[in-house]
Design a protein around this ligand. Structure first.
Ligand code: MSP
Length: 505
């Protein structure tokens, strides 16, 4: 069983921001969860380096596009480990093997009869690198995303016969209702297809910053076709001397935001059909992180710096906040105040406190030794089927509901402490056995939820499992009662209240 998950490849026209971090974190949670299940996982992210967005930004700085690409690709590459993202490869579309395979695949599409020469006339947004129909531009001929005034372009291009895929795409949507989710995005794409597909430019004549068209050296490929193919090309050169395509293709999930819906759910499957390549299984489309009601973006200048957030609170806190506070799949506002509230009330007061009181009571009352005791039947009932429920949600990329299932059990365990009052039992010598049982249940419950939390909070979960003497993170061990904790060790504060001040380690 293999699981191949991707993020969009990000434009290198500026530095990474929280919006990019969001997608990468979400894809990482999925990748880690599937690794817990023992599947062969491949997680791909990287940078999109060609096209106008990058060429224009470089020229504005007075440097060559390659120089800007080199500079910013490194910042995106560095973002992944800072987020604790476990990507298996980082692709750059200026990698020579990527360029060679793009040329090869698109020549095949031409040989199959899906490419012809024509003239494009219409609106074009250089920031989106997207051609727009008359009904897709705002008043004053403005880009609805970037709000800049658009110019009407006329250009001789080679076209991709997208219109030839109208029926095959409708059939794809009819047969695979889970090809695009959430459902609103599926409906949006399907109605775009049904409204009638027009052919799209495959190459650019006016641009030189791109992958050379092998059959006409006055053209480069339109950046979107070069970019989309990253998902395919990466597998053939990510590992030296090994081609992973056969083992891993097709992708299980492309994770994207709604800004690039049409490229991934219409152009991309059509291109793959034209090239005779198997289609991806799912495209999951999340919403926008909003600040003051506007989509965060480099060009709007309302950016929250993920590096700053991580420096202060750590990657786990950022991962948790984004997937907990913004229902994955919908738009949601982000703010420092909301972040701090979640951090304090949930990470510190609920999970941090549960871990802290469980371990400190075991140390204080039992020198850290955990007795052998049966699982409390009431608690066991509340945990029954939990790993399966979480897995079923994550299979559908429902990352917020999956986290909510787990979190209800964190709260359940805190209630168990209140109900069974081990601190009171400790004062009664006759209740020693009961105390042993309560503490063993707590330790085991904490272990089980921590295994499930690992994809979301990898470093805190590893620290905690280490302290419980049960470092195994596989999902098989996420059922309550499936583990056996012998002894716990001391652990510092997992989520210090005053995270702004550096903590002594
Ligand atoms: N290079 C193209 C993608 C090519 S994929 C074959 C591109 N790059 S981008 O740098 O603009 O990244 C867009 C993606 O970044 C979004 O689809 C989303 O994954 C992420 N996000 C950027 N801003 C975001 C928000 N404000 N909110 C949520 N996601 C955000 O488009």
């Amino acid at each position: 069983m293999s699981f191949y998950v991707t993020t969009p490849i990000y434009y290198v026209n500026a530095a990474p921001h929280l919006g990019h971090a969001y997608t990468t974190i979400a894809a990482d949670v999925m990748a880690r969860h599937h690794r817990q299940r023992g599947e062969e996982v491949f997680f791909l992210t990287g940078t999109d380096e060609h096209g106008e967005p990058v060429a224009d930004a470089a020229h504005a700085l007075g440097i060559e596009p390659q120089e800007l690409a080199d500079r910013n690709a490194e910042r995106f590459r560095a973002l992944a480990p800072q987020l604790d993202a476990s990507n298996d490869f980082f692709i750059r579309t200026t990698d020579p093997p990527h360029e060679a395979i793009v040329q090869e695949v698109l020549s095949r599409v031409r040989d199959a009869g899906y490419v012809y020469k024509g003239t494009y006339e219409g609106w074009y947004c250089p920031r989106c690198a997207d051609f727009k129909a008359d009904n897709e531009v705002d008043d004053g001929n403005r880009c609805p995303i970037h709000h800049i005034e658009l110019t009407r372009e006329q250009e001789d291009n080679y076209f991709f016969k997208l219109s030839a895929f109208q029926e095959p795409l409708e059939a794809l949507y009819a047969e695979h209702e889970d090809f695009v989710s959430p459902r609103t995005r599926y409906n949006e794409s399907l109605s775009f297809i049904r409204s009638g597909l027009r052919d799209v430019p495959l190459t650019r004549h006016k641009l030189t910053w791109g992958v050379q068209v092998p059959w006409d050296d006055e053209h480069v490929f339109y950046v979107w076709f070069d970019a989309l193919l990253n998902y395919y090309t990466a597998l053939s050169y990510a590992r030296d001397g090994e081609d992973l395509t056969e083992r891993l293709w097709p992708p299980t999930y492309h994770v994207i935001a709604k800004d690039i819906l049409r490229f991934h759910t219409v152009y991309w499957p059509a291109l793959l059909m034209a090239a005779g390549i198997e289609l991806p299984e799912h495209v999951f489309v999340h919403g926008y992180l909003l600040m003051e009601g506007e989509k965060m973006s480099k060009s709007l200048g309302n950016v929250l710096d993920p590096f700053e957030v991580i420096d202060r609170f750590g990657a786990d806190a950022l991962r948790f906040y984004l997937l907990r506070d913004v229902p994955f799949g919908q738009d949601g506002s982000v703010s420092t105040a909301a972040f701090e509230l979640r951090y304090e009330t949930e990470l510190a007061n609920e999970l941090g406190n549960l871990a802290n009181r469980t371990i400190s009571m075991l140390l204080r009352y039992r020198d850290g030794v955990v007795a052998r005791a049966p699982m409390d039947p009431v608690l066991a009932a509340d945990f029954a089927g939990l790993p399966e429920k979480v897995a079923a949600h994550i299979d559908r990329a429902e990352l917020t509901p999956a986290l909510e299932e787990i979190w209800q059990r964190v709260r359940r365990l805190n209630r168990y402490v209140e109900e069974r009052a081990p601190f009171r039992l400790a004062k009664d010598e006759g209740a020693a056995e009961e105390l042993d049982g309560v503490l063993a249940n707590l330790a085991e419950g904490l272990r089980a939820v921590t295994v499930l939390l690992w994809p979301y909070l990898p470093s805190s979960a590893e620290r905690l499992l280490e302290a419980l003497g049960a470092p195994d993170t596989s999902l098989a061990g996420a059922a309550l009662g499936s583990g056996r904790i012998e002894r716990v060790g001391a652990i510092g504060s997992l989520f210090p209240k005053d995270a702004a001040t550096p903590q002594p380690s």
